[in-house]
Design a protein around this ligand. Structure first.
Ligand code: SF4
Length: 280
């Protein structure tokens, strides 16, 4: 019998790579342990992402900066902020990021996909994920696709972040197969600084990222099998304590995380440089 494919999203693979125990709490244990309170930085990221999605849902003639306040208000997520004043200040910040960002966009140009789900199967994976945006841009031999990922979190994103992102590489690999057009370029659009960190993959570098993802999937399946066969779940999914624990939703349920000082839900809003990668 062929082995079943491992059904996954980038965040499922990323969670295991960060901490197998957090993976277990998120995807294996049922009922799952209770999560901590919502994070303000996630609320801010989600609000900005949805506003940009809705920006592209407007007809081109209505894609004007004046539309942004209404879009952002309409989709604003309020959870995690310390108080109204902090929330209002975050709203103003988000609006100014959006105003600067849309000034760089041509309202007449529609991306090929906005929050578009792409899916692909390999020998090991059944991958699916939702790309923030997929652009079609002219290339030397015809249109080429570009994966665009919006970031609202920590500063300092650079080409190494774009090159090293497994999620972006998997989106590119999948988009190329779904749309049957080359998709090698991946870009992180960091709204707070208005910077773009991009990387041009090759067929080989995408293949390397896919095989790394397959290795992670094999490790996860082996751990799940060990538990199904009666093994100790704590051994199959070990903890990897570190600075990340302060931001972990399951810190209170985790013996290693309980030792780590927790962050206030709004900490990354007050001190963006204090935040860890991976936030929206
Ligand atoms: S608290 Fe730390 S060790 Fe525990 S699950 Fe979360 S990230 Fe892993």
């Amino acid at each position: 019998m062929p082995e079943r494919l491992f059904v996954c999203t980038p965040s499922k693979l990323g969670t295991y790579a960060d901490c197998p125990r957090r993976y277990r709490y998120s995807y294996v244990d049922r009922p799952a342990p209770p999560k901590g309170p919502p994070w303000a930085h996630n609320s801010l990221g989600a609000s900005v992402h949805t506003a940009l999605r809705n920006w592209y849902a407007l007809p081109p003639e209505r894609r004007r900066p004046e539309a942004l306040a209404g879009l952002l208000k309409g989709t604003w997520v309020r959870e995690g902020y310390r108080d109204d004043e902090q929330e209002r200040s975050a709203y103003r910040r988000a609006l100014s990021w959006l105003e600067s960002y849309v000034a760089t966009l041509d309202p007449e140009v529609d991306p090929l996909g906005v929050e578009r789900v792409v899916a692909v199967k390999t020998a090991v994976l059944a991958f699916n994920g939702r790309a923030d945006r997929i652009d079609s841009r002219p290339g030397p031999a015809g249109p080429e696709l570009v994966i665009v990922d919006y970031k609202t979190g920590r500063t300092g994103l650079d080409v190494d972040d774009a090159r090293g992102s497994q999620a972006l590489a998997l989106y590119a690999y999948a988009a190329e197969r779904v749309f049957r057009r080359p998709c090698r370029r991946v870009e992180l659009h960091h709204l707070p600084t208005g910077t773009v960190a991009g990387h041009d993959h090759t067929v080989e570098s995408l293949a390397r990222q896919v095989s790394r993802a397959e290795e992670t999937a094999r490790d996860i399946m082996a751990a799940e099998r060990a538990v199904a066969d009666g093994g100790d779940p704590d051994e199959a999914f070990p903890t990897t304590p570190g600075p990340r624990c302060g931001w972990c939703d399951y810190r209170r349920s985790c013996p290693a995380g309980a030792q780590a000082p927790g962050k206030e839900p709004w900490a990354a809003i007050e001190r963006p440089s204090d935040a860890l990668p991976g936030q929206e």
